[in-house]
Design a protein around this ligand. Structure first.
Ligand code: SF4
Ligand code: FES
Length: 296
């Protein structure tokens, strides 16, 4: 898994304008606690350019005037999460991650989120944007409706640590349990372990996983039963189960035949829709089920 950087509390927090939010919340918050459902939501408006006009420069696209609505939670100060609004000017080609950086660097240094590569490779910045799991670094603001606040909140079903950061350990524990590495028996060959193009193609899709957890944390079964292995663990088991060089497929299938394994999947396709790598997650889960029933 790629290295992750956690943005930590380093800056000043500007005094917000406080207003009651009559509309939120759109759904359950990340983690079993402390995200209390139905808790009163207080929205703070941070507006560094209140009263200013900005029509853009010649030759430069006019900036979009965004309101980014972020679900904030500081375990040292808050009992429940709340929403805060930030006004941000952004170019249409900016990503949501750019807006988060602007907010952190220019308005509130205490905003905490993960990111590392900023290019869709490390998988560390999966968040819920407008109610959908996405990578902040792969989501262009022009693809969202700039007339409405852009909501950003932590992914659901994992313990909330601070602001947009969740504890990934339960997710990684499931991943480790499916033996996500090549188990090649017998004596080492004198040359590399050969494989035909067809054999390699068999698991090509599931090699693309970046362990962002967008799939697992979009799964309603995982929300209600944190013991479920979840789509990402099954995808990574698939990657090796169907690798012709591997000799531990039976072992992995046995692990996933557990009551918390593949049979918990209800084929909602949330995982496939959430995957930023375009992996056919539901299909991979289905292929593992078929291997359990009909053999490899
Ligand atoms: S399968 Fe897709 S959504 Fe799930 S962890 Fe891997 S890259 Fe992320
Ligand atoms: S920051 Fe690495 S995937 Fe978004």
């Amino acid at each position: 898994m790629a290295d992750q950087t956690t943005e930590s509390a380093t800056g000043d927090r500007r005094e917000p304008i406080v207003s009651q939010d009559p509309t939120e919340d759109a759904g359950p918050a990340a983690g079993p606690a402390p995200a209390a459902e139905g808790a009163p939501s207080v929205k703070h408006l941070h507006d560094p350019q209140a009263g200013a006009t900005n029509g853009g420069s010649p030759g430069v696209p006019a900036p979009l005037h965004l309101v980014v609505r972020i679900r904030r939670y500081d375990p040292e100060a808050d009992t429940v999460p709340h929403w805060e609004d930030y006004r941000v000017d952004a170019q249409p080609t900016d990503r949501v991650l750019d807006a988060l950086h602007r907010i952190k660097w220019e308005q509130d240094g205490s905003l905490t989120f993960r990111r590392s590569c900023a290019h869709g490779v490390c998988g560390s910045d999966a968040v819920r944007i407008n109610g959908r799991n996405r990578l902040a670094c792969k989501t262009l603001v022009k693809d969202l409706d700039p007339a409405k606040p852009i909501t950003v909140e932590p992914i659901k079903g994992l313990p909330l640590l601070k602001d947009l950061v969740v504890d990934m350990e339960p997710f990684l524990d499931s991943y480790k349990q499916v033996l996500p590495f090549l188990v090649a028996g017998g004596n080492p060959p004198t040359r590399e372990r050969l494989q035909s193009q067809e054999q390699r193609q068999r698991y090509d899709d599931t090699t693309k996983c970046i362990l962002c957890a967008a799939c697992t944390t979009s799964c309603p079964v995982f929300w209600t039963d944190g013991q479920y292995f979840g789509p990402a663990a099954i995808v990574n088991a698939h990657r090796f189960i169907f690798d012709s060089r591997d000799t531990a497929a039976t072992q992995r299938l046995s692990i996933l035949n557990d009551r918390e394994g593949v049979w918990r999947c209800r084929t909602t396709f949330n995982c496939t829709e959430a995957c930023p790598r375009g992996i056919e997650v539901t299909k991979a889960i289905s292929e593992v089920k078929q291997a359990l029933v009909y053999g490899l």
